[in-house]
Design a protein around this ligand. Structure first.
Ligand code: GDP
Ligand code: MG
Length: 309
């Protein structure tokens, strides 16, 4: 369910694109009589529009027929014991501060830093700050996240995933905790600009790209969640929910975050977003950061993953 909506939306976009080519041709013809001959474009775009309208209608009819009542769960965690998995890749400048920040939280019972083949002093600094350090030989943000989840799962009664780059605030764990009562997984969103620093990685381009990809997931999993950010690592998940999805990940690269959200939705888990604060990174970005080209490549990888899901 939802796949047809997604494909219909892409057919609509393709229709708009072809139609705009036709319009551009008309403008060229009008102003300089140098337009290219693209009469067939208008036919193709009309067919695409027709397909998208029929697709939307068919999907909505199917959804109406299969509609199930939505229940709300109220399952508070009275004695939260959070085990934090923290990713790190040559993050000696930030990892100490990040570990200390989380150690201050009374709900945090365990911190494990994933050393993803670091060649600097990340492991040493992390250990000194009070974290357990585990080495992950498979290189990549996704591989580091999966290992962080697996290692953090070994302690406590809630699992938290976060980066060791000091962009996230440990105190926000209380916000995630408040939301977990009703769901299986809470994912941060960095779209509430009042609490997102202007010198952080969230540039207008990254924000628009994030929202666009997030809305594609929302189309694909229609009615299951509201999503606005696909690049936020900070999340809290119930261990029993994690057990249902931990074997289903096959992304080791930078597009892991939405991959995990979709894995949860596919298993029928309830996922919710929660606004969190975000600040400038300490040390150099190894991921997308605010790099336009890397952001674009990462966005296409995410879209491909959504189409596959
Ligand atoms: N990009 C990337 N990040 C990794 C890798 N291994 C671990 N990480 C960690 O994953 C997080 C994301 O990377 P980061 O540099 O913050 O990317 P950004 O958030 O896009 O700037 C950081 O905590 C990294 O240290 C890797 O191979 N590539
Ligand atoms: Mg980061």
């Amino acid at each position: 369910m939802g796949r047809l909506i997604l494909y219909s939306f892409f057919a609509f976009l393709a229709g708009v694109f072809l139609y705009s080519l036709f319009f551009a041709n008309w403008l060229l013809d009008f102003f300089c009589s140098c337009g290219f001959r693209v009469g067939a474009l208008i036919d193709a775009s009309n067919w695409l529009f027709l397909f998208s309208v029929l697709g939307f209608m068919a999907e909505f009819a199917f959804m109406k027929l299969n509609e199930k009542p939505r229940t709300v769960r109220q399952d508070p965690i009275t004695n939260p014991q959070i085990s934090v998995g923290m990713t790190a890749y040559n993050d000696e400048l930030s990892i100490g501060g990040a570990v200390r920040d989380f150690k201050k939280m009374s709900e945090v019972v365990n911190i494990v830093v994933i050393d993803n083949n670091c060649v600097d002093k990340t492991a040493e600094v992390a250990r000194k700050a009070g974290a357990k350090v585990v080495k992950e030989p498979i290189q990549g943000y996704g591989a580091a996240c999966v290992r962080a989840l697996k290692e953090a799962r070994k302690a406590g009664n809630l699992v938290c995933l976060v980066e060791g780059d000091q962009t996230y605030f440990a105190a926000d764990i209380k916000k995630l905790l408040a939301y977990i009562e009703n769901v299986d997984m809470v994912v941060g969103t960095r779209t509430t600009m009042e609490i997102v620093a202007s010198d952080s990685q969230v540039t207008p381009f990254i924000q628009i790209g994030n929202i666009f990809v997030a809305k594609l997931i929302q189309l694909r999993y229609w009615g299951k969640l509201r999503l606005t950010d696909v690049g936020c690592t900070y999340r809290l998940i119930r261990p029993e929910a994690l057990d249902k999805i931990i074997g289903n990940f096959d992304v080791t690269g930078n597009h892991f975050s939405p991959h995990m959200i979709m894995a949860a939705l596919k298993m029928g888990l309830k996922v919710i977003e929660c606004p969190i604060a975000f600040r400038k990174r300490v040390g150099q970005s190894k991921g997308v950061g605010n790099d336009f080209v890397k952001g674009l490549v990462n966005g296409f990888q995410m879209i491909f993953d959504i189409l596959k899901s």
